[in-house]
Design a protein around this ligand. Structure first.
Ligand code: BTN
Length: 259
């Protein structure tokens, strides 16, 4: 869908643009439909975290997709969308963001944005050729009035604190949508290796020491080797064993290891 014919649902306030987009998708909204809100009262992130979405301080939007991908490929959309949003920000704000696997967008080591890719729970993506997928993007444009909450102060930032010019939110949204769709088309044409190569240029944790807790509850510490050909993170522990992180959170525990 091109920008000219895109359906945009603009809301002053909503609980979560992802919820509205999933609902719209279930009602038959076509790929390319966008939900954008000034404020979210229940903005959500990965791992059931909340996404702080005060009015007028950020860009909060969700894009409906119906990608022609195999079910196992859906996880790659998050990486492709992260790359796309970084490029859009670079073009619009002259800032070079990096990505912490899988979905954290960083500038100068602090998080200003995130991607949440969802499909309706209960939906079996294998059952459909082009399953409903919603890519939700949250970007802190300005810090909240009164600053970030104390638990986020050290780790969070906002684009306006790094940009040299005022950010044109409408232009940034347009650029993000076009870039996400371009990367998803690239994915559909089987070009994930090239997407990954571009993504690796922005890998904020490559060669850094990380820890993460396996689904079995074991804590693993090791060096990040970057995402594999499926988009899953590989971590090499002290014994040289390479682990694949399928989900969950990875925490940085050390500084970059110089070769
Ligand atoms: C993360 O960092 O874990 C992802 C955050 C994604 C937040 C965006 S804001 C727009 C969309 N609506 C939501 O409820 N979440 C996403």
């Amino acid at each position: 869908m091109t920008g000219e014919f895109r359906k945009i649902i603009r809301l002053k306030v909503t609980e979560s643009t992802n919820s509205v987009a999933l609902e719209a998708g279930e009602q038959g909204a076509p790929a390319g439909t966008v939900v954008v809100a000034d404020e979210q009262t229940g903005g959500r992130g990965r791992l059931n975290r909340s996404w702080l979405s005060p009015p007028g301080m950020g860009l909060y939007f969700s894009l409906v997709l119906r990608p022609d991908l195999a079910p196992g490929d859906l996880a790659k959309i998050t990486l492709a969308a992260g790359l796309a949003v970084c490029r859009a920000i670079e073009a619009e704000c002259r800032i070079y963001p990096e990505i912490k696997w899988p979905n954290d967008l960083l500038v100068e080591g602090r998080k200003f944005g995130g991607i949440l890719t969802e499909t309706r729970s209960g939906q079996d993506p294998a059952a459909e050729r082009c399953p409903l997928v919603v890519v939700g993007v949250g970007l802190n444009l300005s810090p909240p009035r009164g600053g970030f909450p104390s638990d986020l102060q050290e780790r969070a930032t906002a684009l306006a604190l790094h940009a040299e010019q005022a950010i044109d939110t409408g232009a940034l949204l347009k650029e993000c949508l076009a870039a996400i769709e371009a990367q998803v088309h690239r994915l559909e044409s089987g070009d994930f290796p090239a997407i990954l190569a571009d993504w690796q240029q922005r890998d904020a944790i490559r060669d850094k020491v990380l820890s993460w807790v396996t689904p079995q509850g074991n804590k693993v510490t090791g060096v990040s080797l970057g995402p594999d050909e499926h988009g899953m993170l590989r971590v090499r522990d002290d014994q040289g064993v390479v682990h694949t992180v399928i989900s969950g959170d990875v925490k940085l525990v050390g500084k970059r290891i110089e070769n």
